[in-house]
Design a protein around this ligand. Structure first.
Ligand SMILES: [Cu+2]
Length: 210
């Protein structure tokens, strides 16, 4: 009888323990709750983290204003925390022609260069030359490109204000090639300090992280 009671008690206890261990498992909760909480928080903030960390490189395909014809490519590489390299190759230009070349504020879907709006200027500064001190120019003050005798403009710019991460990332904005020359803020006209008086928009493309 004693043995029967003991066995019954043991069985109950055993099954309770089994239930506890198999179905609730406090030890597992103790181990996994912080992990689970972290995972939930990570997923919730993943987009923000990715946006902040940004991209190592980005690319823009330049289409003639209005869309339909590809005229160039721009590849931006975050070469260090403080610098990017902007490699460009643009074809079909007038030989020897000079064109303002800027990062503008918004995307330019399908060659809609008007949608790009103004130069990207998150710090509210006057337009200047790429070699002006960072505090004296806009993020979009990237200077001119020059076509060679074949009508091809190609080269690599090093930029300290353009970046592919953080709050002032240029990913999702655009590169605009203008019809005329950018006076780099030195023309003495009202437009010199905003657009460099570079004229209309020849081509543009949205900057896409890759
Ligand atoms: Cu521009």
């Amino acid at each position: 009888m004693f043995g029967g009671w003991a066995n019954a008690a043991y069985d109950t206890c055993y099954h309770q323990r089994c239930d506890t261990i198999d179905n609730v498992n406090p030890r597992a909760i103790a181990l996994n709750a912080p992990t689970a909480a972290f995972a939930v928080e990570f997923l919730a903030t993943h987009a923000a983290i990715q946006s902040f960390l940004g991209f190592a490189s980005a690319r823009a395909e330049l289409e003639v204003s209005g869309g339909g014809r590809l005229v160039g490519t721009v590849a931006i590489t975050q070469s260090s925390v403080s610098e990017v390299e902007i490699a460009y190759e643009i074809r079909g230009l007038a030989p020897g022609s000079v064109h303002g070349f800027h990062v503008h504020e918004f995307a330019a879907p399908g060659g809609d260069c008007a949608a790009a709006a103004a130069h990207y200027n998150p710090f509210g500064r006057n337009h200047g030359a790429p070699w002006d001190p960072p505090e004296d120019r806009q993020v979009g003050s990237n200077g001119n490109v020059v076509a060679d005798e074949r009508g091809v403009a190609s080269g690599v710019l090093t930029e300290s204000l353009v970046r592919l991460f953080g709050e002032t990332s240029v990913v999702g904005r655009s590169v605009v090639l203008h019809e005329g020359e950018d006076d780099l803020g030195r023309g003495g006209q009202p437009c010199s300090l905003t657009t460099g008086c570079a004229g209309g928009r020849l081509a543009c493309g949205t900057i896409v992280g890759v």
